[in-house]
Ligand binder design. Structure first.
Ligand code: HEM
Length: 451
């Protein structure tokens, strides 16, 4: 007989349970399968509708139909994996994590690196020493909040141009601007200005000058690179393009010795643990990791703000907050960034409703217990952020854009566990929100509307 007890102060009582003696892995609710023995899989469940293109929707359905922990295999002959859509369960996963985040292997990425003999990078490294080598330089120069002030003026410089471009473009064509290409070029220009220490000219303040064709090619290749359902050939073509353009720019930059200040490439090149090839690949990695993710976050923020039932009120609050924080300043700085809690809440609320990465993964580093079940070492665990964001057991009015929820101290305490999922993302968001709201504040004379 098993005794069930609440594991911590729970957000969702029904799922935050642990057992004195864990139940076997086989007792985790299993999705229906077709086929026999090793040929069996739940492929039909995941292929319905838009299939793997909208995996986040299937994982959301899974919570309603099977509960917060479920077991399945996408394909025949593959081991069972699990989905954990529960904040306390996620906390258990992170607590049992070893020294390195072991993620589900993304086969085409790993294959490409092997075929083309490219350095691995932090996202696919599987050995601690290797991961640490790449991760340390990212952490030391970019991913920690205290590194952010060093890059703010660089991003602000790009943002000012992009805002001018949007303003003049909207004045010339009935107030309607197609933002997606502009915002993607903006994040590429901002990231490349961090990587190279100078503007590359992907996008200028003059809307009559089109976005630079090579920049457009790069953005398209990054889009393609991130598509999970590509054939390997297409994936390799996109990645070749990214590396070719990236390497050409890096080599030009190294030869020109024309940095106007600190830049990420130079910082990486100075790291004793990285050789030149690795420093270059790491810099290309920053461009890839920082362009599409941040552009999507900005675009979703604008969309959600524009579509909120109280859109004018939200936009008014943002405008008031930023105007008061800026005072008479003309450029963004660290002090301003510390005085915009409502805007930060808007960023968090955007990432809650539309996380650019809808599901994170881990491989169990050891035999472990999660939500009262034994989980064997090596099991792939999916942590569907999108599903949890939309779960009414976790968030009140989950489908509504309510930045205030991040400002209320009581609610903040409750969603503490949940934040674990985004701990990394939120740190990055510190970088992002600077970009986003520099843009936003400067179009503060305008209302954002969705069409
Ligand atoms: C809204 C923007 C972003 C989102 C949503 C995002 C999301 C993520 C997620 C979900 C992971 C996996 C984390 C994990 O497994 O625990 C990750 C890893 C990573 N991201 Fe981002 N990211 C964003 C922006 C950036 C930027 C701007 C950079 C830097 C240029 C960056 C660099 C990295 C690196 C280096 C890793 C691997 C970290 C590690 O191994 O510990 N990301 N990102």
């Amino acid at each position: 007989m098993f005794r069930l007890k609440a594991s911590t102060q729970s957000i969702r009582n029904k799922s935050t349970l642990s057992r004195d003696v864990p139940l076997p892995f086989d007792e985790i609710p299993n999705l229906p399968e077709v086929g026999f023995g090793k040929f069996a899989s739940s492929l039909p469940y995941f292929s319905k509708g838009h299939g793997f293109k909208r995996l986040f929707k299937q994982l959301q359905k899974l919570l309603d139909e099977y509960g917060p922990i479920a077991r399945f295999r996408f394909l025949p002959f593959t081991p069972y994996m699990i989905s954990v859509a529960d904040p306390d369960g996620i906390a258990q996963i992170f607590r049992s994590e070893g020294r390195i985040p072991l993620r589900m292997p993304i086969v085409p990425w790993a294959l490409y690196r092997k075929h083309r003999k490219r350095p691995t990078g932090a996202t696919i490294a599987t050995e601690y020493a290797e991961w640490k080598k790449y991760r340390a330089s990212f952490s030391d120069h970019l991913l920690r909040p205290h590194n952010i002030p060093a890059w703010v003026s660089r991003i602000d410089n790009v943002a000012q141009d992009v805002v001018h471009r949007i303003k003049t473009e909207s004045a010339s064509i009935n107030g309607i601007v197609t933002l997606t290409p502009t915002i993607k070029a903006y994040t590429l220009e901002a990231m490349s200005s961090i990587v190279f220490g100078k503007r590359l000219g992907c996008i200028t303040s003059d809307h009559n000058i089109p976005i630079e064709p090579q920049a457009q090619g790069f953005i398209k290749a990054v889009d393609g690179f991130l598509l999970q359902h590509n054939t390997y050939k297409k994936h390799a073509n996109h990645t070749d393009y990214i590396f070719n353009v990236g390497e050409q720019l890096m080599v030009e930059k190294i030869r020109a010795k024309d940095s106007t200040g600190t830049d990420l490439l130079t910082l990486f090149l100075q790291r004793p643990e990285l050789n030149e090839n690795e420093a270059i690949a790491q810099s290309i990695g920053a461009l890839v990791a920082g362009v599409d993710t941040t552009a999507n976050a900005i675009l979703w923020a604008l969309y959600l703000i524009a579509n909120a039932p109280n859109s004018s009120e939200i936009q008014g609050k943002i405008r008031d907050e930023i105007q008061s924080a800026m005072g008479s300043k003309l450029t963004m700085d660290e002090e301003v960034l510390s005085q915009i809690p409502y805007i930060r809440a808007c960023v968090k609320e955007t990432l809650r409703l539309q996380p650019p990465v809808s599901s994170n993964t881990r491989l169990a580093p050891e035999n472990t217990t999660i939500m009262g079940y034994s989980i064997p070492k090596g099991t792939v665990i999916m942590m569907p952020s999108y599903t949890m964001s939309r779960d009414s057991n976790i968030f009140e009015d989950p489908n509504i854009f309510k930045p205030e929820r991040w400002l209320n101290p009581d609610q903040k305490k409750h969603i503490q566990h949940f934040l674990l999922v985004w701990v990394h993302v939120l740190v990055l968001v510190d970088v992002l929100q600077k970009q986003k709201f520099i843009l936003y504040l400067d179009i503060s004379g305008y209302q954002v509307k969705a069409h």
